[in-house]
Design a protein around this ligand. Structure first.
Ligand SMILES: NC(=O)c1ccc[n+]([C@@H]2O[C@H](COP(=O)([O-])OP(=O)(O)OC[C@H]3O[C@@H](n4cnc5c(N)ncnc54)[C@H](OP(=O)(O)O)[C@@H]3O)[C@@H](O)[C@H]2O)c1
Length: 341
């Protein structure tokens, strides 16, 4: 029997606030490398770290009926290389995208994998601009936001994986775009590199009213609000939406680190939806999985030509995964956050 040493991050305990050492355990085990027909053996090279991992830890119902099970490997997207194969479709050395989670090696059935062509695009883009975050940004904006040329699109979480793409996609639709992010460096990046017309640092405002007044003064009012964060930023925007505004609820990250467990907030601002005959729509990337090829056909050439900035922040080391997940909430990264094995 041939074996290899496999390391895994096991999800042990539900966190409410930040993740601390009792929530995940790093274990080492021996993996028998024998494969069944159709299976491959993978070595993980890149791990995606995503805010949805914290949604999956909520004990309340979410878009999944059950929370992420305890005492199992943390689920997540991975870019891996094939070490051994009993599938005619994959050979050792091939790059693939898998959903094998936080483990250094895994056996997977070939039907669950997507082959990647490293000549077509950097393999890491399968976890970012040409993967789930790209799909979220593209379909969230075009199908729910429906921006028109000249309209004002406001994006919260604008310097992150999804937000940074929404900013650029909205510009390509001819919209005037305001990005909201934490800190002056991210705001400068939004304007200088991503082409945002305006950028605001929400951390520089002590109240939703003050932020609201500044957004109103800059833009005159908001036609499309692409919301990644919720909380105070959203409180600032809803009162200044324009007639028939579209509000896209993509994420509410300000609530994930404990806020999903406490009493839900009341709909405090919905009178503005009435006044402006606006719509508010939640969108989920998985609902557009069947249209992935369509997104790649449109966005892929922009990636290849360099017309889209798809920055990646790389954290080195498999053992850094839980810390990297925490860092989504302190906002140290720009673009897509990845962990390199
Ligand atoms: N609907 C879907 O299918 C779908 C798919 C993917 C992602 N999402 C959602 O989209 C959002 C962004 O995801 P992502 O993967 O692109 O992550 P990301 O934006 O790359 O990282 C999260 C960012 O959120 C900001 N943030 C953290 N806590 C915050 C708070 N309390 N208030 C305001 N901003 C805060 C931080 O940036 P700052 O430095 O600017 O604070 C951080 O960099 C998340 O809410 C996620 O759940 C939804």
């Amino acid at each position: 029997m041939t074996t290899i040493t496999q390391r895994q991050w096991i999800y042990r305990q539900q966190p409410v606030g930040a993740i601390t050492p009792e929530h995940y355990e790093l274990v080492e085990r021996t993996l028998d490398t024998a494969l069944a027909e159709g299976e491959v053996l993978l070595e993980s090279r890149w791990f995606s770290v995503d805010p949805y991992m914290r949604i999956g830890q909520s004990s309340k119902p979410t878009y999944d009926p059950d929370p992420h099970p305890l005492n199992t490997v943390q689920e997540g997207g991975v870019v891996a290389q094939i070490l051994a194969s009993r599938s005619p479709n994959f050979a050792p050395g091939d790059w693939v995208q898998s959903y094998t989670g936080w483990q250094t090696h895994a056996k997977a059935h070939s039907s669950t994998l997507k082959k990647l062509d490293p000549q077509a695009a950097p393999v890491t883009t399968a976890l970012g601009v040409l993967g789930m975050p790209g799909r979220t940004a593209w379909f969230g904006l075009t199908e729910s936001g429906k921006p028109h040329a000249g309209e004002v699109v406001v994006v919260s979480g604008a310097a992150g994986a999804v937000g940074s793409l929404v900013v650029q996609f909205a510009k390509r639709h001819g919209a005037r775009v305001l990005g909201i992010a934490g800190g002056p460096a991210k705001c400068a990046w939004l304007k200088e590199k991503l082409g945002a017309d305006w950028a605001l640092d929400y951390k520089a405002f002590t109240s939703a009213d003050a932020l609201s007044a500044e957004i109103k003064a800059l833009t005159g009012g908001v036609d499309v609000y692409f919301d990644n964060v919720g909380g105070m930023v959203t409180d600032a925007i809803i009162p200044i939406i324009n007639r028939r505004a579209r509000i896209v609820i993509c994420g509410q990250i300000s609530q994930y680190s404990g806020g999903l467990e406490t009493a839900e907030m009341g709909p405090r601002l919905l009178q503005h939806m009435l006044y402006q005959r606006a719509t508010i729509q939640g969108m989920l990337a998985r609902d557009y999985l069947h249209r992935m090829d369509e997104m790649i056909r449109i966005v892929g050439p922009w990636v290849k030509s360099g017309d889209i900035v798809f920055e990646e922040t790389v954290v080195e080391g498999f053992e850094q995964l839980p810390a990297a997940l925490n860092s989504l909430f302190t906002g140290e990264h720009r673009g897509k956050l990845l962990v390199k094995a």
